[in-house]
Design a protein around this ligand. Structure first.
Ligand code: NAD
Length: 495
């Protein structure tokens, strides 16, 4: 499908892991994973499949750093400066990192630069600012003691300790920073394991972390498979918190394993988010808005608007508009500036998406656009619109994680809310209307971590982000991150 362009990637990472402040080979250096360009199916480079022994070395290093006087006594402003120095290096190498990310993940180069790299730089600066703003409370004390005495009490927020960051493949460098930046800002140390599908920008980030002068062990990066390196991290007794983003199934396994040692978890998991179009919506905004909600990043966004709920009075117009957008989308090389949609991450994911669409058609849905795998190299799938969908069909209930939207009509707005909430997920939703009073009332009724009004997929580092129900546990971003990466400690003094 895609024309094989020479992507502008001048430098690949060394492929070595970041352990105790140095780039090293793992214990068994011959076990390699090949990273593949999803646009061509061709290999890019190899990197290491670490095992439990490597994970142990990384966690021990993070623990040594965490316990060191140098780390414990480091001024919060100086932890913030580490993140600022890394932000400057990412800015310096922005073009190269964006190209590497697009090559490894199939994301459109222009979008990778504008969204992923901007998020990475902003995330480092946002959390760098938090490092010096960690406060506790002064508590008015009524001590339970027999003799009269004067007491003072206050709370501190202390870092949890060693954090295991485990990330998925859809926003690789951004997700890495989403784990590393708050952990460092709040005084933790980190072992990060990127997805085995997309480890290259995280490995390059490891090189920049050394250049930025992070203390040895503050950040360690191990590559490898989830069931091996990931599971070893989750099980390691010195890991105190797991910050995970990925699928609901893996999140459930991690939560079960974490329960054995009461590790803290934040789990950012899957979604099946509704876009709800009300009869009074401004369709010139709503139609491209709901199409973008699902087709951006080839549908591989956890908050993608994968269920489209449209009022009967405007259903035909909305569907005509969304189907036209889907049919007109130009798919092709992520490095071609005219491309509007890149490939899916892997052959396996493309086949899974095609399989779920086939199942939807078998169960009675109608393909109004797409539902095709184009010929040629690369793991592409045409933007797909399914109509005639019922609430209990597999395509309406499972996260597809591809460019596939399931449209359903409703007559009564109360029904729309019932349909929107009739899902095991609760990550996000959007409501499209000109009636802001009604929008606010409906937003209260949606069971989801984020509700957008007249927009979709807009993230802000200052807003808590995470999901309800099977979409996860806890929140990242904003002041919620402080709760997620620290423990409160009460200190009581008898005067
Ligand atoms: P995944 O669960 O397959 O893998 C995510 C990470 O977990 C990878 O690094 C993988 O190696 C690791 N892993 C796998 N098994 C493990 C185990 N047993 N123990 C420890 N680690 C293990 O997810 P994916 O396919 O890479 O990503 C897509 C999923 O991520 C989708 O479901 C998507 O909705 C979700 N996601 C959620 C958010 C959010 O913030 N809610 C953001 C992005 C992606």
């Amino acid at each position: 499908m895609a024309t094989a362009l020479q992507p502008p990637v001048q430098t690949l990472p060394s492929g070595l892991i970041l352990l105790d402040g140095r780039l090293v080979e793992p214990v068994r250096p011959d076990r390699m994973i090949t990273s593949i360009d999803p646009a061509t199916g061709k290999p890019i480079m190899q990197f290491h499949a670490c095992d439990a022994e490597d994970v142990d070395r990384a966690v021990q290093s993070a623990q040594r750093c965490f316990e060191s006087d140098a780390w414990q006594n480091m001024r919060p402003l100086d932890r913030g400066r580490l993140l600022e120095r890394l932000a400057l290096l990412v800015e310096r190498d922005r073009e190269q990192l964006a190209a590497l990310e697009s090559l490894d993940s199939g994301k459109l180069l222009a979008v990778t630069d504008a969204i992923d790299l901007q998020f990475t730089i902003d995330g480092l600066r946002y959390f760098g600012g938090w490092a010096s703003k960690i406060t506790g409370e002064y508590v008015t004390h009524s001590p339970l003691v027999p003799e009269p005495a004067i007491y003072r009490a206050f709370t501190q927020r202390r870092p949890v300790g060693v954090v295991a960051g485990i990330t998925p493949w859809n926003f690789p460098i951004g997700q890495a920073i989403q784990k590393i930046a708050p952990a460092i800002a709040f005084g933790c140390t980190v072992v990060l394991k990127p997805s085995e599908e997309t480890s290259l920008t995280t490995l390059r980030l490891g090189e920049l972390i050394i250049e930025a002068g992070f203390p040895a062990g503050a950040v360690n990066i191990v590559t490898g498979y989830g069931a091996e390196a990931g599971a070893a991290l989750v099980d390691h007794p010195l890991v105190r918190k797991i910050a995970f983003t990925g699928s609901t199934g893996t999140g459930q396994r991690i939560m079960e394993a974490a329960a054995r040692s009461m590790k803290r978890v934040t789990l950012e998991l899957g979604g099946k988010s509704p876009s709800i179009v009300l009869p009074d919506a401004d369709l010139d905004r709503a139609i491209p808005g709901v199409a973008g909600a699902i087709f951006a990043n080839s549908g591989q966004i956890c908050t993608a608007g994968s269920r489209l709920l449209v009022h009967s009075s405007i259903y035909d117009r909305v569907m005509e508009g969304v189907c036209k957008i889907a049919s007109d989308i130009k798919i092709g090389s992520p490095f071609d500036a005219t491309t509007q949609m890149g490939p899916l991450i892997s052959a396996r994911q493309r086949d899974r998406v095609a399989g779920l669409v086939a199942k939807g058609l078998e169960e009675g849905a109608t393909a109004l656009a797409g539902a095709q795998t184009p010929d040629g190299e690369g793991w592409y799938y045409r933007p797909t619109v399914l109509g005639g969908v019922e609430r209990d069909m597999t395509v309406m209930r499972e996260e597809i994680f591809g460019p596939v939207v399931c449209a359903i009509r409703y007559d009564d707005v109360a029904d729309a809310i019932r349909i929107a909430n009739d899902t095991p997920f609760g990550l996000a939703a959007s409501i499209w209307t000109r009636d802001l009073d009604r929008a606010h009332i409906l937003a209260d009724r949606i069971d989801a971590g984020t509700v957008w009004l007249n927009t979709h997929n807009v993230l802000d580092l200052a807003m808590p982000f995470g999901g309800n129900k099977l979409s996860g546990v806890g929140r990242e971003f904003g002041s919620e991150a402080l709760q997620a990466f620290t423990e409160p400690k009460a200190v009581c003094i008898r005067l």
